[in-house]
Write a protein that binds this ligand. Structure first.
Ligand code: C2E
Ligand code: CA
Ligand code: CA
Ligand code: CA
Length: 277
C-alpha cells in the first residue's frame, strides 16, 4: 500500500487493478474493523542490553482488511485520530493488553510488562486515567505491568495533560516519551511531567555507527535521561554495532528488528513463554 499524497492510498487488488482508497473510504472500513475482527495486537520485545533478557513488550496494532489486505498503522492511525474512531480503537487495544497481562500474571510470568501507544487525542480525554484504572481493576492486574507511550506533541497543551499523567502515575502506571527529540515541545516538560522513560527516536539510531551527529545526539539523550533519573530505550536498533555503541554509551534498553519485529501473541507465547520462566 502506497501513500499517493492528499490522503489517497493505492491498493493493488487481483493482479493489476489499482484501487484508490481515500480517507473517507478508509474511515468507513475502519469503523467496522473491530466488529469484523480485523484488528490484532502484535508485540515487539524490548531488550535489556546488559543481560539480553526481555524487559517488556510494545503493543503495536495491525489491521488486516478482507478487501485491501494489510494497512499500516502509520496510515490508519491518523485517520482514526481525525475521525474520533481512535477512542474505540484505543479502548479495544487497552482491553486486549490488560487481558494479556492478566493471563501472564496468572501464569506467574512476572516480568512480562506491556507498553501501549496512546494518541494525543485519547490523552486529552477528561476521564482517560479513570478509564485506565477501571480496566486495571476489572482485570485485576498489577498496574506496574502497564506502561503508556506518549509523544512530545501530546504534551503541547499542558494544563489538561499534566493532571492526567499525574493520575496515571499515582495509579502505578509507567510513562514513556515516544519518538523523543522529534516533536515540537521544549525540554521544560521533562521537569513538569512524571516521566519514567525516554525513548530515543529511530531517526537518531539508524546511522549511529557512521553519523557522528546522531551518535552525539543519542549519547546526549542517554545522559540527559540518566541525569534526570529516568530510564532510556533506543528504538529501531537493527545492527549489532548499533547495539554495542548504545551499550557503551550506557543505554539500558533497546528495541528493533535486530531482536524481533512485532509478532503475533501466539509467536510471543511460543518463543518466550513456552518454557516456564
Ligand atoms: P511507534 O510507536 O514509534 O512504533 C515504532 C514503529 O517502528 C512500529 O511501526 C515498529 O514496527 C517499527 N519498528 C520497530 N523496530 C524497528 C526497526 O528496527 N526498524 C524499523 N525500520 N522500524 C522498526 P508500526 O507498527 O508500523 O507503527 C507505526 C506507528 O503507529 C507507531 O509508531 C505508533 O505511533 C502508531 N501505532 C501503532 N499501534 C498503535 C496503537 O495501538 N495506538 C496508537 N495510538 N498508535 C499506534
Ligand atoms: Ca511507541
Ligand atoms: Ca517510537
Ligand atoms: Ca512514531
Amino acid at each position: 500500500v502506497k501513500d499517493h499524497g492528499r490522503g489517497h492510498f493505492r491498493f493493488y487488488e487481483k493482479e493489476m487493478d489499482a484501487i484508490y482508497l481515500n480517507e473517507m473510504v478508509m474511515e468507513s472500513y475502519l469503523r467496522r474493523a473491530i466488529e469484523l475482527n480485523e484488528l490484532k495486537v502484535y508485540y515487539q520485545p524490548q531488550i535489556d542490553l546488559r543481560t539480553g533478557q526481555i524487559s517488556s513488550f510494545e503493543a503495536l496494532l495491525r489491521w488486516n482488511n478482507k478487501k485491501f489486505g494489510f494497512i499500516s498503522p502509520g496510515q490508519f492511525i491518523p485517520i482514526a485520530e481525525k475521525s474520533g474512531i481512535i477512542h474505540n480503537i484505543g479502548e479495544w487495544v487497552l482491553d486486549n493488553v490488560c487481558r494479556q497481562l492478566k493471563e501472564w500474571q496468572d501464569k506467574r510470568y512476572r516480568k512480562a510488562r506491556i507498553a501501549v501507544n496512546i494518541s494525543p487525542k485519547e490523552l486529552k480525554m477528561e476521564d482517560f486515567s479513570k478509564k485506565v484504572k477501571q480496566k486495571i481493576d476489572a482485570y485485576g492486574i498489577s498496574p506496574s505491568l502497564l506502561e503508556v507511550e506518549i509523544t512530545e506533541n501530546a504534551l503541547a497543551n499542558m494544563e489538561d495533560t499534566i493532571q492526567t499523567l499525574n493520575n496515571l502515575k499515582n495509579i502505578g502506571v509507567s510513562i514513556s516519551i515516544d519518538d523523543f527529540g522529534t516533536g515540537y515541545s521544549s525540554l521544560s516538560y521533562l521537569k513538569r511531567y512524571p516521566i519514567d522513560t525516554i525513548k530515543i527516536d529511530r531517526s537518531f539510531i539508524q546511522d549511529i555507527e557512521s553519523d557522528e551527529k546522531n551518535k552525539a545526539i543519542a549519547t546526549t539523550i542517554i545522559n540527559l535521561a540518566h541525569n534526570l533519573g529516568m530510564d532510556v530505550i533506543a528504538e529501531g536498533v537493527e545492527k549489532d554495532l548499533q547495539a554495542s555503541i548504545l551499550l557503551n554509551a550506557n543505554c539500558q534498553k533497546a528495541q528493533g528488528y535486530l531482536y524481533s519485529r512485532a509478532v503475533s501473541i501466539d509467536e510471543i507465547n511460543e518463543k518466550y513463554f513456552s518454557k516456564r520462566t
